[in-house]
Design a binder for this molecule. Structure first.
Ligand code: NDP
Ligand SMILES: CC(C)=CCC[C@@H](C)[C@H]1CC[C@H]2C3=C(CC[C@]12C)[C@@]1(C)CCC(=O)[C@@H](C)[C@@H]1CC3
Length: 347
């Protein structure tokens, strides 16, 4: 049985879970797939493993695909936690075949409901595609003294990748960065790469993801690693449902279906449709022919049919971003060099 290892960060999110579901559906036969679930807490690990097991046992893959589980407790806003996660992987695996960089956070502080109603009434499609009424805090730093959203969504995962590069190389891995349609160049100033002087740090972090991908995929390809950047469109998520009540939740769903009816390709609405592009690039795209300098999007037609829609990425600033990340990586290599030492003395 050929063994493969898949790491999905933020597995217990709507998208993370559906990425695993689609991977189970499309993985080759006669494979033993180890799914490395990641979370910041053990209860969420246990919860998502149960959901994946239920899906697998009801699937038609029980006969020709074996799955087993491992987990990583990692918080990407804590560099010691990221280093621990690397140590964990380094101890257990010599090859990793898939890494989905799915975990992300914003520092949302609620919704400007007056602004939301105004946007919905004046431009309902824009209101649920490029919303400007989500309130984001500005200038929030992590305990590691970095921009919190910058570290969580970009630098933490980048540093993790740099540490497990030997395993990713051995596994001829697919790395899939989850970006967003809200990653326009306007959200990132090259004088504020850690996103501390912006009230759109979430969108800025997704612009950084796009640029970091463009700046690194060619070198990774020389190692046999195929990296892609994708975006899942728009779908229901635990992270923003907490701001909604029964009426606003169903009001949002109604607007999502209305947007799809008006011809929006991006209102996938459910996590399974949203997970189309992330798995497409690893299972169906041919890395010898498919372009890697575009963003693969999960899309849904008016009549609910899923499809893949690519978008060009403006490369402006990619060298500045890469230089910043490489400098930050060397800084943290130095800071963490004696952080974890083997204390067990062999008898
Ligand atoms: N929902 C949408 O419409 C869209 C979502 N996306 C992207 O899709 C991805 C998944 O989104 P969604 O399903 O809504 O996810 P959620 O916001 O519901 O969940 C986020 C996930 O990320 C993990 N996470 C958050 N912060 C950290 C951290 N500091 N360290 C480690 N893990 C962390 C959480 O894990 P835990 O709490 O278990 O630790 C959780 O599983 C994200 O990258 C998001 O930006 C892109 C476009 C649209
Ligand atoms: C207007 C009503 C009745 C309710 C408010 C719904 C909003 C909470 C919701 C509508 C559009 C959503 C949206 C996102 C978050 C939640 C909404 C603002 C994102 C910003 C999530 C992250 C992304 O990457 C974007 C592409 C999403 C855009 C749409």
């Amino acid at each position: 049985m050929n063994r493969k290892v898949a790491i999905v960060t933020g597995t217990n999110s709507n998208l993370g879970l559906n990425i695993v579901f689609r991977l189970i559906e499309t993985e080759d036969a006669n494979v033993r797939l180890t799914i490395v679930v990641t979370s910041r807490t053990l209860p969420r690990v246990q919860e998502v493993i149960k959901q994946i097991e239920d899906f697998y046992n009801k699937s038609n893959r029980v006969g020709d695909l074996e799955i087993d589980f491992d987990y990583l407790l990692v918080d990407f806003t804590n560099m010691v936690s990221v280093l621990n996660a690397y140590y964990d992987i380094n101890k257990k695996y010599d090859a990793i075949n898939y890494l989905f960089v799915n975990a992300a956070q914003g520092i949302f502080d609620g919704i400007d409901w007056f602004g939301a109603v105004k946007e919905v009434l004046t431009s309902p499609l824009e209101a649920v595609t490029n919303p400007t009424y989500k309130i984001q805090l500005e200038g929030v730093k992590s305990k590691d003294d970095m921009g919190l959203v910058f570290q969580a969504n970009v630098f933490g995962p980048y540093y993790f990748i740099s540490k497990i590069l030997p395993q990713l190389t051995k596994g001829k891995a697919y790395i899939v960065w989850i970006s967003s349609i809200m990653s326009d160049p306007k959200y990132l100033s090259l004088n504020d790469i850690e996103l501390l002087k912006t009230n759109a740090s979430y969108e800025g972090s997704k612009r950084l993801v796009d640029l970091l991908h463009l700046a690194t995929y060619k070198d990774l390809k020389k190692l046999g690693i195929n990296q892609y950047v994708v975006q899942p469109g728009i779908f229901t998520s635990h992270s923003f449902s907490k701001y909604l009540n029964f009426f606003t939740y169903f009001g949002m769903l109604l607007l999502f279906y209305f947007a799809r009816l008006l011809g929006s390709p991006w209102h996938n609405i459910d996590g399974y449709k949203a997970a189309n592009a992330p798995v497409y690039v690893t299972r169906l795209a041919n890395p010898n022919f498919e372009k890697q300098d575009v963003k693969y999007g999960s899309a849904t037609s008016r009549d609910g049919m899923p499809y893949i829609k690519t978008q060009e990425i403006d490369p402006t600033g990619m060298s500045d971003v890469l230089a910043y990340m490489q400098k930050k990586r060397l800084e943290w290599d130095e800071k963490l060099k004696d952080q974890i030492v083997e204390t067990r003395i062999p008898i």
